[in-house]
Design a protein around this ligand. Structure first.
Ligand code: NAP
Ligand code: GDP
Length: 325
């Protein structure tokens, strides 16, 4: 019997893993296997910044495996504003989860990092060997340093205690159940919500920054399958980048254009170049992933974006939108 505890199980990525586990054919590569019990928890079952609450969560579920997603997460503007909170909350969460996994002899932990952890100035494409080769971009300095430390901790737990702890490094993620809060969100959910408001109120749709930066986006349901693969088929401390190909970079303008199209928005659409662009690009290689997995069919960006927009419009009342305008 395996008990797989997914921390942050009610967020964008957690909900996608739950969806895939529940909808893929049982026993298939990404479907539920006999003898597996999956548990998806939110902060309501324990604030993982707190050692006692984390200990109680591990005592309650006695997980054999952990997919550790829980984190203080946010887009560029939230990261710029709350650097210390991002640093501190994430250090506490990660330390509590990893140490309780060690104490309770959890067989395996996969923690979720992000391509934000990589150095700002480094040769592209990013790959798994480059995490610690220089300072991260200043805009997400707190978050990036906290997340980098997980890789350091994983190595130390392995070297001192033989723990099977590893990490996954996704690029920018999007999909249903994302955080669509206006200022705190990542670019895709933030702009979907802004475009929705502009359409409803007949106001301009304003995109922050120049629209020139490039990002690689992965659809949450695709990422979910990659996590399930990593849980079952990968046993090494070194991280794996979970990403579409490095040729799949999309500019923020292309993202905004695709949202305008998917929402059938006909109003005024502008860029506010006085706002930050953040890191210009962070292209990551998925070579290691594909060579280990033997190939993977990613959902085309526009198809996944259309689906996400449709989900948001249909689920506006229950979506995480922050203050509704
Ligand atoms: P999300 O939608 O914001 O969900 C965050 C999850 O973490 C929620 O279930 C939340 O529970 C939980 N959580 C937050 N603080 C917690 C705490 N103190 N104690 C216990 N649980 C807590 O985030 P996401 O986008 O799914 O991100 C999942 C992982 O992917 C994170 O590790 C993130 O760093 C990483 N990642 C995300 C992206 C992206 O573009 N979204 C890109 C790369 C990596 P409550 O709802 O109860 O607070
Ligand atoms: P990042 O990849 O960590 O920088 O995170 P984001 O998902 O927040 O992407 C930020 C990029 O999108 C930057 O170039 C922003 O200037 C641009 N952007 C444009 N409009 C928005 C918006 O409404 N919200 C966010 N978060 N970013 C936006």
């Amino acid at each position: 019997m395996s008990v797989i505890l997914v921390t942050g199980g009610t967020g964008l990525v957690g909900k996608a893993i739950q969806h895939i586990i529940e909808t893929e054919p049982e026993g298939s590569r990404f479907g539920k296997k006999p003898g597996e019990q999956w548990i998806f928890v939110s902060s309501s079952e324990g604030d993982l910044r707190d050692p006692e609450q984390t200990k109680r969560l591990f005592e309650k579920y006695k997980p054999t495996h952990v997919i550790h997603l829980a984190a203080l997460v946010g887009g560029l503007f939230k990261n710029m504003k709350y650097k210390l909170t991002f640093l501190r909350d994430n250090i506490l969460i990660n330390d509590n989860v990893l140490h309780n996994a060690y104490l309770s002899q959890t067989k395996k932990v996969i923690s979720c990092l992000s391509t934000c952890v990589f150095p700002d100035k480094v040769t592209y494409p990013l790959d798994e060997t480059k995490i610690h080769l220089g300072l991260p971009h200043d805009s997400n300095f707190g978050y990036a340093h906290a997340k980098r430390m997980v890789d350091v901790q994983n190595h130390a737990y392995k070297d001192q205690f033989g723990c099977n702890f590893t990490s996954a490094i996704p690029t920018n993620v999007f999909g249903p159940h994302d955080n669509f809060d206006l200022e705190g969100a990542h670019v895709i959910p933030g702009l979907i919500h802004k475009c929705h408001i502009a359409k409803k109120n007949g106001t301009p749709f304003v995109v922050s920054g120049t629209g020139k930066p490039l990002r690689q986006f992965i659809y949450s349901n695709d990422l979910a399958k990659l996590f399930i693969w990593q849980l079952r088929e990968y046993d090494d401390v070194e991280p794996v980048i979970l990403s579409v190909g490095e040729g799949e970079e999309v500019s923020i303008k292309e993202v905004a254009d695709a949202i305008v199209k998917a929402m059938d928005f006909k109003g005024e659409y502008t860029f506010d170049a006085t706002r930050a662009d953040g890191q210009f690009r962070k292209p990551a290689s998925n070579k290691k992933l594909l060579s280990l997995m033997g190939g993977f069919q990613f959902t085309p960006f526009n198809e996944a974006l259309d689906f996400t927009v449709k989900w948001f419009v249909e689920n506006y009342d229950k979506a995480r939108t922050g203050v509704k305008a």
